[in-house]
Design a protein around this ligand. Structure first.
Ligand SMILES: [Zn+2]
Length: 375
């Protein structure tokens, strides 16, 4: 059940108050708390503050400049939904979308067939086949499959995950084998040779590693994806070091670190990563609500690092989703909530990025990266 329908059913239960009877006793008890919330019993997950401020509200239906979305996935379940996606892209000013399939083999071929009909609008990226990663001789088969996918039409690799347990590409996983492992060397080198950028997701947001207690700033989201209870994983800082070592070992390979490399809470650290590694870029996908609470600091970071930042979404394909990202990047709106989109109780603030920076992040940085690939 999504949150919207949860709220609807909570209201429906509220009607039962007018018809008290033993049958409705349980519902009544439940609805009483819904109708008259008590701060002593209200749960954090149910907290839905609404801004009290009379301040400007900017509605941005269409991005100010054309966009290349470097981080999306094959969400549509059928042809009609792909058509809807294309219409939404048109109306929101999304020129092109990278469809990160995370797949190889027939699964990749099937997805490729659906999106390759629109070569101007979608690029399809493949995953890696990590089968046999712990057997001697791992490598040649994975490289062969990568070459086959490239031949078929894959333009990049992704999204490849390592949340501390080892590499994963969709259903294919390699526990304990991290991206800087010598066993992966031939794959990253082949990626450079085939001119395939790699969309690499390392670690996860900081709250997932912290104690799940009253001090956890992202508790409402962190708990579901918690990593604090997994003692044998490489933690966030360790994974960022692995990302840097990987990039250093393979300077001819281009890595696009997903979600600000999960350094959205410490953007100065990411700036240092960029400085040390000319072949690392980062997408800003699915970290809008994590950077919007610090609009001045985040905007400053964008202005200094826009040449390494690319737009991404990773949150489906409806228009409202795109529009929330525009509002956060473009507007100077203050103290607004987007719980439906992000599930946080905290207010967001527009970064008010200037035209030059917006154009870089929306399009130019990605265009340059892709042009270097295609040169
Ligand atoms: Zn993703």
């Amino acid at each position: 059940m999504n949150r919207r329908s949860f709220l609807k059913s909570a209201n429906a239960a509220g009607l039962a108050i007018a018809l008290p009877s033993s049958t409705f006793a349980a519902a009544e008890k439940k609805s009483a708390s819904a109708a008259a919330p008590n701060p002593k019993t209200l749960l954090l997950k149910d907290y839905r503050p609404q801004s009290i401020y009379k301040v400007p509200v900017t509605e941005i239906k269409k991005a100010k400049f054309p966009i290349i979305d470097m981080h999306s996935h094959p969400y549509p379940k059928n042809e009609a939904e792909i058509t809807t996606w294309l219409k939404n892209m048109d109306e929101c000013n999304i020129e092109k979308t990278m469809v990160l399939t995370m797949t190889t083999g027939k699964e990749f071929d099937d997805i490729y067939a659906k999106y390759s009909k629109y070569p101007e609008r979608f690029e399809v990226w493949c995953g890696l086949d990590l089968t046999g990663h712990n057997k001697p001789g791992f490598g040649p088969a994975a490289v062969k499959e990568l070459e086959r996918c490239r031949q078929k039409g894959a333009r990049g690799i992704g999204e490849i995950h390592d949340k501390g347990q080892g590499l994963r590409s969709g259903k294919s996983s390699a526990p304990g084998m991290h991206p800087d492992d010598p066993r992966v060397d031939t794959i990253w080198e082949k990626a450079a040779e085939l001119r395939m950028p790699v969309s690499l997701h390392v670690a996860d947001p900081i709250w997932m590693y912290q104690r799940m207690d009253k001090h956890n700033d992202g508790l409402m989201n962190a708990y579901e994806w918690r990593l604090d209870n997994q003692p044998n994983i490489v933690k966030l800082a360790g994974m960022v070091d692995i990302l840097e070592r990987t990039a250093a070992r393979h300077r001819n390979t281009t890595f696009v670190a997903c979600h600000f490399a999960n350094l959205d809470y410490d953007l100065n650290h990411l700036a240092e990563v960029f400085e040390r590694n000319p072949n690392i870029y980062a997408d800003i996908a699915a970290r809008y609500a994590e950077t919007a609470p610090i609009p001045r600091f985040a905007a400053e970071f964008y202005s200094k690092n826009a040449h390494r930042l690319v737009y991404g979404t990773d949150m489906g394909f409806d228009q409202q989703m795109y529009q929330v990202t525009f509002r956060i990047l473009e507007s100077q709106d203050e103290h607004f909530y987007e719980p439906e989109q992000f599930s946080y109780h905290w207010p967001l603030y527009g970064l008010g990025l200037g035209d030059e920076i917006l154009q870089q992040v929306y399009q130019n940085t990605a265009a340059k990266l892709l042009a270097a690939r295609d040169a």
